[in-house]
Design a protein around this ligand. Structure first.
Ligand SMILES: O=C(O)CCC(=O)C(=O)O
Ligand SMILES: [Fe+2]
Length: 641
């Protein structure tokens, strides 16, 4: 590309000018040969500035300094380690002005002078994809990390199962994830700012984040990292990262196999974006706030046949497409946790800007702190209060639970986690049975009945790992108010089991009518204890806090089908002549008399398949059986190692 010499317009060329032109032409050749950047004989909107790269020790600020406060530059890219900078201007005239300012300019870098050579370019290489086909605000920077850096980053992620789980490792349906800095909770699609994880963003990420900072892609360091690993055929559902959880810019580094990410505008317009190996995706503005992004779970993608020339947004031109087989892809998604509500320009899709009355979303707590407070008030304290009355209604063992217990051989060690009044503790007299419960009053009732029971939270049972032949968890896990906590409760049961040991789990089912049979709960409408509270409409909601985004839980009407999965189930305390207080009672429904008080217990009723799904998140178990039993979903799982 000799054209470089016509880039400047000297009338008479002095010695120095000639040297400058020679050098400029040489730089043009080098760029074409080594970087695939074609310089142009005619002015264009793009400039490539040789010797002005991060690889030369030149900083972004220095370059912008030379351009003055010129708003003539639309974007300035400084690919890591490269000896040039790439500039794109809004017009050819602006590019001309920028060239005049930069060409031949000298800069002090790493204690020596460098001379810059600015040349017009056809387009500024594969690194700058300001293709109009990409959603606005989206950039794909190719080769953002070297193969060595990529290997180092992958090496920094340990996927072996750790008991302390400091990176909140989760096996999701279509991928596995790990979190650093803060856990991203998929129950409420948010982070709990009050609970940072013990491990921050790994050190290995620092060089690339530093480059993002000096290249101007970010202005502050991220404090949250989610590592997603997708096996062949896996993906992530279309979503917008929660506005209220994270600041504007989201960076996602792709390592391993190339994949295609689908972006979709609310108007239906879709763009498939190729994410090559070692590329960095930068989502800002519209592409971050308005468009959804997702990866369709499949084994092959359609990608442009000629990658070096083709745009990263897949065009619908079928003659230029080829099939590309996926493989394992690991992405590092860096985000900055928001400390104040989002005030983006897209209120229609912004959870921070939605009016409170419209936030009628799922009735789950939004943070881990909310979850434990909710359970403390609407589970633990309620059972404490209703223990005696509750116990008097719990006599008959479920037949299939009894059958399970009776399969245990003499001397088998059995733990009943959440044993309530101990109705299962004496079923198999030849087993060594121990029970525990979160309610001191219920534990006392067990002790009074001559059973061995102790006070314990089901998430942290003070028994040795691998010590039990069997565990049962009957009507317990539905009282945990986030999926993470429900899985943690199952994980804790499994921890107690010896390899080969089995656990039986019962949870309340959303489906109270199954195989055309109504459950006992629906049929048993004579039970006055659980009749709906007078004057409470079934869709009544109970506020659990003061912030606008706090979810509301509907109060269930007893003996009716469930209208949602997360709800408050009333308990009518009878025959007690004592001051109840406000425990577990919403302020609206605070009892006015002591003889007919209403308490509300939190429940998450399980959908068909949900219990199996949660069990499937643990890698060291197999599901032996699963079934529906009188309005409950039930599984027997076996620990395999
Ligand atoms: O895998 C990716 O690059 C994107 C991951 C993502 O969108 C997310 O975790 O929110
Ligand atoms: Fe995302």
């Amino acid at each position: 590309m000799e054209g470089g010499s016509e880039n400047v317009e000297p009338v008479r060329k002095g010695k120095l000018e000639k040297k400058l032109l020679r050098k400029q032409a040489k730089a043009g050749h080098t760029l074409l040969k080594h970087e695939g950047i074609s310089t142009s004989s005619q002015p264009t909107k793009f400039l490539v500035v040789a010797n002005a790269g991060l690889g030369n020790g030149v900083s972004r600020e220095q370059l912008l300094g030379l351009l003055g406060q010129a708003s003539i530059v639309e974007s300035l890219l400084m690919p890591p380690g490269k000896p040039y900078a790439l500039l794109s201007c809004t017009s050819t005239d602006d590019a001309r002005r920028a060239q005049a300012l930069l060409n031949g300019a000298r800069l002090q870098s790493r204690d020596q002078d460098v001379t810059l050579y600015a040349t017009f370019a056809e387009k500024v290489g594969s690194e700058l994809r300001v293709s109009p086909e990409l959603p606005s605000g989206l950039l794909v920077l190719e080769n953002f990390v070297s193969p060595e850096e990529a290997a180092q980053l992958l090496g920094a992620v340990d996927w072996t199962f750790q008991a302390d789980d400091v990176t909140a490792q989760r096996f999701l349906k279509h991928r596995k994830v790990k979190h650093y800095g803060y856990e991203f909770c998929y129950d409420n699609n948010n982070v709990d700012r009050d609970r940072p994880l013990p491990t921050g963003i790994p050190l290995a990420c620092e060089p690339l984040l530093q480059r993002c900072l000096s290249d101007g892609h970010i202005s502050v360091f991220p404090d949250q990292l989610t590592v997603n690993q997708y096996a062949l055929g896996q993906g992530i559902p279309p979503h917008v990262d929660t506005h209220s959880a994270f600041e504007d810019t989201i960076l996602s580094l792709s390592l391993g196999a190339k994949t295609v990410m689908d972006f979709r505008h609310p108007d239906g317009h879709a763009v498939a974006v190729v994410l090559p190996e070692r590329s960095l995706l930068v989502m800002k503005g519209e592409s971050r706030y308005l468009w959804t992004h997702g990866i369709t779970p499949r084994k092959f993608d359609m990608v442009p046949a000629c990658e070096t020339e083709g745009p990263l947004a897949v065009t619908p031109d079928p003659s230029n497409l080829t099939l590309s087989k996926r493989g394992t892809r690991t992405s590092f998604t860096f985000r900055k946790v928001r400390q104040t509500p989002c005030d983006c320009a897209y209120p229609s899709v912004c959870d921070s800007q939605r009016p409170p009355e419209a936030s009628d979303g799922p009735s789950v707590p939004s943070t881990e702190g909310d979850a434990s407070r909710l359970e403390a008030q609407f589970v633990h304290q309620v059972y404490e209060e209703i223990a005696t009355h509750f116990s008097s209604t719990r006599h008959s063992p479920w037949p299939r639970v009894r059958d399970f217990l009776l399969t245990l051989p003499p001397g088998a060690v059995l733990a009943d986690v959440g044993c309530g009044n101990g109705k299962y503790l004496g079923i198999n007299q030849e087993a060594m049975t121990v029970g525990c419960d979160r309610s001191q009053s219920l534990v006392q009732i067990c002790a009074d009945r001559g059973f061995q029971a102790f006070l314990s939270d089901a998430l942290c049972v003070p028994l040795r790992s691998d010590s039990c032949d069997a565990c049962i968890s009957i009507a317990v896990i539905h009282h945990f108010s986030t999926q993470e906590r429900r899985v943690a409760a199952i994980r804790e049961l499994v921890r107690l089991l010896k390899p080969g040991g089995r656990a039986l789990i019962y949870v309340w089912a959303l489906e109270q009518e199954y195989n055309k049979q109504k459950s006992k709960y629906l049929k048993d409408s004579k039970d006055k204890d659980n009749k709906e509270p007078p004057g409470l409409p079934s869709d009544n909601t109970v506020g659990l806090g003061t912030s606008e985004n706090v979810p509301k839980l509907s109060v269930h009407t007893n003996r009716t089908a469930f209208s949602s999965q997360d709800l408050l189930v009333p308990w009518h305390l009878k025959g007690r002549d004592r001051n109840i207080g406000t425990v577990g009672c919403s302020s609206e429904n605070q009892p006015t008399t002591n003889t007919n008080s209403v308490f509300h217990r939190y429940y998450h009723v399980f959908r068909k398949g949900e219990l199996e799904l949660l069990c499937g998140m643990l890698e060291n178990i197999v599901i032996e059986t699963s079934y529906h039993d009188q309005g409950n979903w039930c599984v027997i799982i076996q620990k395999i190692f």
